[in-house]
Design a protein around this ligand. Structure first.
Ligand code: FAD
Length: 415
């Protein structure tokens, strides 16, 4: 089979499917495999999968298992609520991990090489088409390839997605600055050595956590761009970064000069879609469900997608024959589409609501703070549906959905 896109989604799917005995060719348009950016938070619903792949020890060695996740007010720096990540690990059976993006990408790349995935670079896919009993991809240089199934893990601007829906990325008018620096550079800045800290503020937030066994420190600064709201082309520039965090607490002021100022990431998502499969072509990862990053589940969902698909393939595979892999692809793709889109829709819409809640100003900010301060840190009703294994096992979902107030965050955010 063919996978298009060598990001975390494509590589992890290629690995998962190869582990089920399939022969996988993966095409990446860049001339080298790699990831740009800094840290990634990987919640227990994904460390569970890393463990299944035998990769959790390597990931833990390269990353950090923080002890707490703390939410603070960006204006006064006061704590609003927290999660005890050790208790979280006991509840869900797997740890909450933070890891450098390139380290996680490298783990999957090496695992794919070991498993025998055929990895092809400089292959820019420009067209997908269904053929009898399979699908074909065509590349910018005129080459083409065909397989029983094509998985399109080609990211936010997916070409394959156009086969299913004529939509465009939705701009949130928010932009992210990132920066990962040696820990020594922040030692004097009143930072937490073993926590993920999120400062939430009016139209902005600021995230901090350690990376690489505590040797590095990752920071993300996110804010609403007035220039984007005014419809200007050159939005999210460094002058806007400085103005957005004017008046915020000293810990943020100390962290801002360490952000990379030569690049920034405009924040887009798309409207959720329920159909990810057309014939023998299936979307996966950001191609299917690019979220705003506020729930830190984008890469996690991509990895879950590959795991779910591979599990169904494993369950629906008979003996390999001369004619093909022996997989009942119609059933496997239908099962994949039965499980994943609804879960990812919830994550995407909750991420939007979560962002609204974080970025309140004035009275709404004070109301939010009062609610969060009153929250029992051991109340897991907001995390069970995400961090539990339910996104992978549809049988449990209806029961769980009854137990948890739907879109609870949205209700709070709209107050
Ligand atoms: P991509 O990473 O976009 O990979 C797509 C790949 O396909 C690329 O390698 C690209 O070159 C290739 N490609 C594209 N088009 C073609 C083509 N036509 N032909 C061939 N190849 C092609 N997620 C988390 O889980 N936790 C976090 O803490 C987190 N934090 C985030 C913070 C920020 C600021 C942002 C912006 C995102 C964050 N995310 C997080 C989301 C996460 O980064 C993405 O959801 C994830 O990387 C998506 O992976 P993907 O493989 O689906 O897509």
């Amino acid at each position: 089979m063919i996978v298009i896109g060598g990001g975390i989604g494509g590589l992890s799917a290629a690995l998962a499917l190869t582990r089920k005995g399939l022969k996988v060719r993966l095409y990446e348009r860049a001339s080298e495999f790699g990831e740009v950016g800094a840290g990634l938070q990987i919640a227990p619903n994904c460390t569970r999968i890393l463990n299944d792949y035998g990769l959790l020890d390597e990931a833990t060695t390269l990353g950090v298992l923080p002890e707490r996740m703390i939410m603070k007010d960006a204006v006064d720096g006061g704590e609003l609520t927290h999660l005890d990540l050790k208790d979280l690990e006991r509840r869900y059976g797997f740890p909450y991990l933070v890891i450098h993006r390139s380290d996680l990408h490298g783990i999957f790349l090496r695992a794919c090489e070991r498993a025998g995935v055929e990895l092809v670079t400089d292959a820019h896919c420009v067209a997908y088409e269904n053929t009898p009993g399979g699908a074909r991809v065509t590349f910018a240089d005129g080459r083409s390839d065909r397989a029983e199934v094509v998985i399109a893990a080609d990211g936010l601007h997916s070409v394959a997605r156009r086969l299913l829906v004529h939509d465009e990325p939705v701009s949130s008018a928010y932009v992210a600055y990132r920066g990962a620096v040696p820990f020594d550079q922040v030692r004097a800045n009143d930072v937490h050595e073993s926590a993920v800290v999120v400062y939430v503020g009016p139209r902005c937030h600021f995230v901090q956590y350690p990376l690489r066994g505590g040797q590095m420190f990752n920071q993300v600064a996110v804010f609403e761009s007035p220039k984007a709201l005014a419809g200007k082309e050159d939005w999210g520039t460094p002058d806007e970064l400085d103005r957005a965090f004017d008046g915020m607490c000293p810990q943020i002021k100390a962290g801002l000069p360490l952000m990379w100022r030569d690049r920034w990431w405009r924040m887009y998502d798309r409207e959720p879609i329920a159909n990810w499969v057309t014939g023998r072509i299936a979307l996966l990862g950001d191609a299917a469900h690019p979220p705003l990053q506020y729930m830190a589940q984008g890469a996690v969902m991509a990895i879950e997608d590959g795991w779910v698909l591979a599990e169904r393939v494993g369950a629906l595979r008979t003996e390999r024959s001369e004619e093909g892999s022996g997989v009942d692809w119609e059933a496997a793709l239908a099962a994949y589409e039965a499980v994943r889109p609804e879960h990812c829709r919830r994550v995407m819409t909750t991420a939007r609501s979560w962002g609204a809640l974080w970025h309140h100003d004035g009275v709404k900010r004070l109301q939010r703070n009062a609610l969060l301060r009153a929250r029992d840190p051991h109340d897991y009703s907001f995390t069970d549906w995400v961090y539990g294994p339910t996104a992978l096992t549809p049988e449990q979902e209806p029961e769980l959905y009854r137990a948890i107030p739907l879109e609870s965050a949205a209700v709070v955010a709209e107050q």
